[in-house]
Design a binder for this molecule. Sequence first.
Ligand code: GDG
Length: 458
Amino acid sequence: MSRLVVVSNRLADPRKPAAGGLAVALGETLKSTGGLWFGWSGAVVKDGTPGEGELRVHQAGPVTLAEIDLCQEDHDAYYRGYANGVLWPVFHYRLDLANLESGYLSGYRRVNHLFARKLMPLLKPDDLIWIHDYHLIPLAAELRAMGCDNRIGFFLHIPLPPQQILAAIPSHEWLMRALFAYDLVGFQSEADLLNFSHYVKAEATAETIGAGQFRAFNSTVQAGAFPIGIDVNEFQRLGRAHEAVDTYENTRTEYSRRRLLIGVDRLDYSKGLPQRIRAFNELLREYPENQHSATLLQVASPSREDVDAYADIQHELESLCGAINGNYGDFDWMPIRYIHRTVARKRLPGLYRACDVALVTPLRDGMNLVAKEFIAAQDEADPGVLVLSRFAGAAEQLTQALLVNPYDIPGTAQAIQRALQMPLAERQARHAALLENVRKYDVHWWCGQFLQTLAAVR
Ligand code: GDG
């Protein structure tokens, strides 16, 4: 079995309890193959030289961790500027928020070149290389230019937008051509794969030469949909531990007479938070029996606060929540508990289980793992209901959820009302089907499927 080499923007130590399902799943495969994980350390060196960074290699059991520091200028251009100021908004269909006139592209290329330069000497001829996400799209092309002939796979964790949106990026052709340096490119959903297919056929006159195989730019790439999952067993184990049980009990005691709704998101404009809050407002207005009864617990964990669009969404959300609490709240009831903090991962399953309804209503999302975590955390005898945006990748799989259009505020409010009133038998039937799907297509399935496909291409 070949050694696995994982490359991601941010290095995660698979041994740390804070690591999510992805780090755990990749960690297991890395362990079994004595693998290497390469990525940015998270450290920004104030007066470092652009295109340079110190590499530190250390052993974590059988896994080798190789981490590199970035200087301020590189970090600003590559991470904050291009990856999160251009690619993230455009890939989430938000041209209005993209900083397309910026000169960040050179920094993005410089850091990908730096990653390749530092990774290259660590590689062995048989290694299977798996590169993750939009920060590192040109990495394989950089490695190829240095003579790397290994099998290289790429997985895009975020959506791929339609051709007409992608084409607004001034260097879109360069970016998409870079995908053809990979042997395998994986997307979250069939919709993303279809967008890829349309783009390469229209912009690069690509030919399809077999199932999921595209030929363009004198190269052939295999492309496929590999919907990511969670580690269901690990999450359910977490749910049985005392931190989660305490959270469950304390939440139920605190809100004993209330119906509870939950939202857990990074504070990001792609997550549809203002629309969700407005739908909750509409619920209270249109179905007043929910006043003094329903409470929305919204966790919005701080994210990318140095990018302007993120500060704007934070202010919008604070003002919306404040207005609703002011208009409807009473001395003994507040409609929204808005928590702008990161909640400990150990508490999440208990929180999910204590709630009657989950609101997972992104405007666009590659997959959305919160939807899957909520399903995994429910009490099968008395499960909660998932209200899910049709624009989350997860909607292709979780068809037994109540699917909503998050832009349709009255429609979303109506679905929330239906969720709150759903009879036990229907809740059980929907949840059983959802859990079966979440269990079958878990993170180990995803990892195995991708790596098997990668090992078999060429
Ligand atoms: C990207 C894609 C795709 C959130 N708040 C807290 C917290 N979280 C955890 C959740 C979940 C994870 O963060 C969020 O995952 P999502 O999938 O919802 O979203 P992104 O962060 O945007 O991830 C996404 C994913 O990559 C994987 O491919 O599904 O579409 O955008 O696990 O539980 N965790 C803790 N406290 C919080 O306050 N501990």
